[in-house]
Ligand binder design. Sequence first.
Ligand code: AMP
Ligand code: MN
Ligand code: MN
Ligand code: MN
Length: 286
Amino acid sequence: MTTPERIDLHTHSLCSDGTLTPSELVAAAALRAVRVLALTDHDTVDGCEEARAASTAAGSAGPLFIDGVELTCDWRGREIHVVGLDIDPRHEALQAQLTSVRQLRETRLVAMGQRLDAAGLPGSALVDQILAESVSATRMHLARALVRSGQAKNTEDAFERWLRRGRPGYAPAQWPELAATVECIIRAGGLAVLAHAQRYQLSAGGLRELTARFKDCGGAGIEVSIAGISPGDSDRLASLARRYGLAGSIASDFHEPGIPWRPVGRFDKLPDGIEPIHEELLRRHR
Ligand code: AMP
Ligand code: MN
Ligand code: MN
Ligand code: MN
């Protein structure tokens, strides 16, 4: 029996809050017969060069590698993630946006450290160490640090107790607007994909408004095949793709090995009537 082919257009490496190096990620993808792989670290493209080289070195056993990024932005006061696929990682305006968002990330994490200090935790000490070690510092880094220092059972628990909106360690940030973020991806030659829309805690109407706005801004796709989502959410995302004429993306949001429901690579399958965005990527790279 041959191994079925897989696709993955949303993954993380050590350059943001993943735990594998870009080369290790590519090796893991090759083992799972991933045919098209995008590295989409939070607000950095630093891992793309290494991942591309590793994919090339793997030859026909390796995936077609796509330069990608997951950009943090704002829509009506909510934190929205937009994946940029097949961007030029050296594009100047994109680089400028990434630098400024990473600065916002650092400022926010410092504020979160101070809030944790006020709650009696060694927040600032943990944050200082994270900032010294990370290209793109995220709340996930802080969650892992809180687990290591015994303040939470696991990262879910760290978010639930300390880090999610409304918890004592949370601090907001003023991210760039959705429209400017989509435009930045398009200018860098990429396709903009609305990431994990089921997670934004929007009503059905709110989700339609977000998706309509995203499409108006030039959005090309929406994640439809997502690791670990409910059948209801899956149907809602498929309906949004059809209704707004967006292509569908296949996305694990892989961060680390050992999470059984979120391995790298998902079967190459989307609901009827949805154009797979990886077909466009394959056309571009034929
Ligand atoms: P940030 O972009 O700095 O806000 O960090 C967000 C990252 O933390 C996400 O990409 C996820 O990897 C992780 N994350 C966010 N919310 C949660 C949560 N409730 N439970 C576990 N991980 C989370
Ligand atoms: Mn993450
Ligand atoms: Mn995300
Ligand atoms: Mn992600």
